[in-house]
Write a protein that binds this ligand. Structure first.
Ligand SMILES: [Mg+2]
Length: 95
């Protein structure tokens, strides 16, 4: 089964609201992992960050399905943000 279908099944099984709340939880777990790493920069702490990054990525995939506006707007917004970042850094942004 492909990732996208798996994400759709998760949203259907537990419901969009529950998955949005899970997204909040996973973001919080990533925040906590990043905070812990600042206290103790060991391999285990780094691996915990990676695990939480993957959890957040999976929740983002589900959020993209819930918010179809993502598909038609994300590239434009990303381009704007990258352009702004490149200006802050004083470098040329190449698309
Ligand atoms: Mg997690």
């Amino acid at each position: 089964m492909k990732n996208k279908k798996l994400m759709q099944l998760a949203c259907e099984k537990w419901g969009n609201e529950s998955q949005r709340r899970m997204g909040i939880e996973e973001c919080a777990e990533l925040i906590q992992a990043l905070c812990k790493y600042e206290r103790n920069q060991h391999l285990d702490a780094a691996l915990n960050i990676v695990e939480e990054m993957v959890d957040v990525e999976l929740m983002l995939e589900q959020l993209k399905l819930m918010f179809p506006e993502y598909e038609s707007n994300a590239d434009r917004i990303r381009g704007y943000k990258l352009q702004r970042l490149s200006e802050l850094l004083g470098v040329e942004f190449v698309r």
